[in-house]
Design a protein around this ligand. Sequence first.
Ligand code: ATP
Ligand code: MG
Length: 568
Amino acid sequence: MRTTAFHLVTRKETPQDAEIISHQLMIRAGLIRKLGAGLYTWTPLGLRVLQKVENIIREEMNVAGALEMLMPAVQPKELWQETGRIEDFGGQLLAIRDRAERDYFFGPTHEEVITDFVRHEVNSYKQLPINFYQIQTKFRDEIRPRFGVMRSREFIMKDAYSFHLSQESLETTYQAMKQTYTNIINRIGLEFRCVLADSGAIGGSGSQEFHVIADSGEDAIMYSDTGEYAANLEKCEAVSLLSERATPQQALEKVHTPEQKSIDAVSQFLQVEATQTIKTLLVEGIDEPVALVVRGDHSLNEVKANNLTSVASPLRMLNDDEIKQLTGCDAGSIGVKDLNCHIIVDRTVANMSDFICGANETNYHFTGVNWERDASYHIVEDIRDAQVGDPSPDGLGTLQVARGIEVGHIFQLGSKYSEAMNAVVLNEQGKSQAMEMGCYGMGVTRMVAAAIEQNHDDKGIIWPANIAPFSVAILPMNYQKSERVKRAADELYKALTAAGIEVILDDRKVRPGFMMSDFELLGIPHQVIIGDRALDENNVEYRSRVNMETTKVSRDIIEAHLKEKVQA
Ligand code: ATP
Ligand code: MG
C-alpha cells in the first residue's frame, strides 16, 4: 500500500474526552472516529487490525471444531419474555419497534436466539455435542460508555454457544474453549490471566474471565502470590481473618460520639483501630430490609451482596428517611444491637468480639459488643471484598492485586436456557431431555484497545506483530525529488509485496520529521529509512519500533533481513 493511495489521517492533539492511552492513540493514529456516544467508525487502517484479530479468533475457533454461523442482530422481544431476562439486562437493552408495532431488541448477546435455532434444528442426542459461533455487532446501552471502543455501546463480539447431552460433555467443551481462548490471546501476543468470575445476567453455574493485564484495566484481579488461585475481585472469596471468636473481655458500654459519622472518625475519636469496629449497611430486601455487616476496615462486595437471595436486585442502599424509620437514627450510628431486620454478617465479623458499633441512636456508639451476649445475627456469608495480604482462599499463598481488561468470558450455563425455552432432544433411551449449554464470549473490538493499552510508549502504538496493520513501513527521505531514493524505495516495495509481506510505502510529500513521528505513532513493527546519504554507501537504515534502535543494513541484504524479521 502507498500512503497516497490510502487514507492516513493522524492527529497531533490528544482528544479531550479520551481518558486512557489506548483511546487517545486510536484517535490520534486514525484507527477509529467517533460518531456519537459509544459509537465508532473503524477507518480502513483500524479495520486492518480488527480483521487480523477476527481472523485469529476465527482460525482458532475452527481448529477447535466450532461452526461459524451468523444470526440476526435484531431479536423479537417474545424470545426474551420466554427466558425472563428483560429485567436482568435492564436499561442496557436497545428497544426497537417496527411499522407493525412489533417490539424487538438490538441483541446485546444471543443466548435466546441460538437456543431458538437449536430447539428447531437439533432433536436427537446423535447431533450432540455441537458448538456454534458468530462474529457480530452487539449493542448494549451502557450507562457510561467510555474509553473509546473499550466500553462502547455498539461493539463486535465473538460469541459461541455449545449444546450437550450431559454435564460431562459440557465440561469437556468448556475446557477446550478455555484452551482456545488461551491460544487466541497468545497468538495476538498479549499478557493475560484467566480468573474465576461472577456470571452476572448471563447466569449459569460457573464462569471464568480472560483479562489482559494493564494498569488502566477496570477490573481488579486478585491472585495468589505462590499458588494458582486467581479471581475477579467481584468473585474472589474472602476468608475469615479471625480463626475463632475470642471470649468477651469487656462490658457493654454506650458512649457519646458527637458528629462522628464515619468509621475513621469514630475509631479516631475512640482511639481504637478500625479493625475493632463494624460497619452496618442497610439495603432493600425481598421481604424486609437487610443489614449487611462488614468489619470497619473492610468494604462490602456489591456483586456478592446482589447475589444473596434475601437481598433485592439490583442492590439498593436504604436512603436516610428509610434508615431513620427503621432504626430511629442517622446513617452514621446504625448498629446491630436490637436492630429489627434480617442481619447478615461477614465471615470475619462473625468471629469478632468486644467490638464497636453504632447504638441506633444518633451520636452514640456501643463499645465492648459481643455476639450472643449483646446482639445476634441471622446468617454468616462472604460479603466483603478480598484484600491484598489476605490468605488465598485455596490455602496457598497470599493475595495480590493486578488490574485487568476483560476480553473474554466463558460460562457453563447448564439447562437455564434450554429449560426456559424447551430446547430438548431425545436421549439414548428415547426420552426427552433438556440440553446442557455453555457460552463463550470474546470482545473483538475491545481486544484491539487492550492490545494498545499493553503495548505503547510515549511516542505511540507498538503493535504486536500478528495484529499490526502493516508489517513493514518504507520511509523514503525526499521521495519526490531524489530519483535514486525513489527507485530504491519502489524496488524494495515491489520485492516485499511480491513476497507476501504487508508493507506501506510513505510516498507523501511531507517533511522527514513529520513522516518519522507519524510512523512512531502508527507503530508499524519494522521500518526502513531510505535516504541519499546512506545510499552513497549502498546502505539503508532499519529501525525496530519495539526498541527504536536503528542499524545500517546493506541494500543487497535488506530484503532478506526484513523477511527474517517479519517471520521471527
Ligand atoms: P463488562 O463486565 O466489561 O461489562 P460483560 O461481563 O458485560 O463485560 P460479557 O457479557 O461477558 O461482558 O460479554 C463478552 C465480552 O464482550 C466481554 O468479555 C468483553 O470483552 C466484551 N464486551 C462486553 N461489553 C462490552 C462493551 N460495552 N464494549 C466493548 N466490549 C464489550
Ligand atoms: Mg463478563
